[in-house]
Design a binder for this molecule. Structure first.
Ligand SMILES: Cc1cc2nc3c(=O)[nH]c(=O)nc-3n(C[C@H](O)[C@H](O)[C@H](O)COP(=O)(O)O)c2cc1C
Length: 252
């Protein structure tokens, strides 16, 4: 019996060559012949696996080299027809305290990650928004009372490229921050699907969808999403799950 095992082992080693792993598996078996036939079967399987790996590695490498040679050198990334447009603040915020990345910015990134969308952040032209919460609420209230149209800096990307635009902002006094109305009114969103999202600390979507519809009557308004600012900042797994299931419902 032992002789038979030794013969099978020798044959297996000869057939599979002497790669490090199969040789050491064989050595182990040879020094412990008492392990019997089950051990031999194991060795054969290990040797066969090793042989398979060796066999499959060579053509794979050759194929990879061939594919590399045939591939165009710099293929441009496929252009996205989806954009995430958002406004968000850092500094001191309600509930979450002083933050380095805005709550809405975090949600905007989650949407872009999951849809492959481009992103554009709306930034105020002159950053007159205070970094402390109380002072910010006062400036925001004043802008709302005056129905102001604060200017934003820069130019939005060429909107003709995009058919779907996610638009997000924090709820400020139960409404979009006034700077967003400047964006809605200064750009042509007609014919596009606009999908609103908010972060908030209790007001939910706060009518973002209806207000967006009012500001952009020639656009289709998709179902919006509201994420609690504190979840975006401190419970990102929960926030990401909400974003995922909402995107799935929207067909992304
Ligand atoms: C000026 C101001 C007004 C706010 N008004 C509301 C409100 O009406 N309802 C609400 O739920 N949260 C309100 N909040 C809380 C913000 O919506 C919330 O903290 C949001 O996540 C901040 O997002 P950001 O970090 O992207 O700016 C207000 C915050 C500020 C600064």
């Amino acid at each position: 019996m032992k002789k038979g095992i030794a013969l099978i082992l020798t044959a297996a080693l000869l057939l599979t060559g002497c790669s490090g792993s199969s040789a050491s598996a064989g050595t182990q078996e040879n020094t412990d012949a008492a392990q019997g036939e089950a051990a031999v079967t194991e060795t054969e399987t290990a040797s066969a696996d090793a042989a398979e790996k060796t066999d499959s590695q060579e053509p794979a490498t050759a194929e990879a080299n061939e594919a590399e040679a045939e591939a165009p050198q710099e293929e441009p990334a496929a252009a996205s027809d989806t954009l995430v447009l958002y406004f968000s603040r850092t500094g001191e915020q309600y509930v979450v305290g002083v933050i380095d990345k805005g709550n809405t910015a975090i949600v905007a990134e989650m949407i872009a990650e999951q849809t492959g969308a481009d992103m554009f952040e709306i930034l105020p032209a002159d950053d007159h928004y205070p970094m402390t919460y109380e002072a910010l609420t006062e400036v925001a209230k004043q802008e709302q009372n005056e129905n102001a149209r604060p200017e934003y800096s820069g130019t939005l990307p060429d909107l003709s490229k995009y058919s779907t635009i996610f638009i997000g902002a924090p709820v400020w006094w139960g409404d979009w921050p006034m700077i967003m109305y400047t964006v809605f009114e200064n750009n042509d969103f007609s014919g596009k699907t606009l999908i609103p999202f908010s972060t908030h600390e209790g007001s939910g979507l706060s009518g973002f969808d209806k207000k967006l519809e009012g500001a952009c009557p020639n656009s289709t308004i998709g179902n919006g999403l509201a994420i609690q600012g504190n979840d975006a900042q401190n419970n990102q797994e929960k926030a990401r799950e909400s974003v995922s299931s909402w995107l799935a419902e929207l067909g992304f």
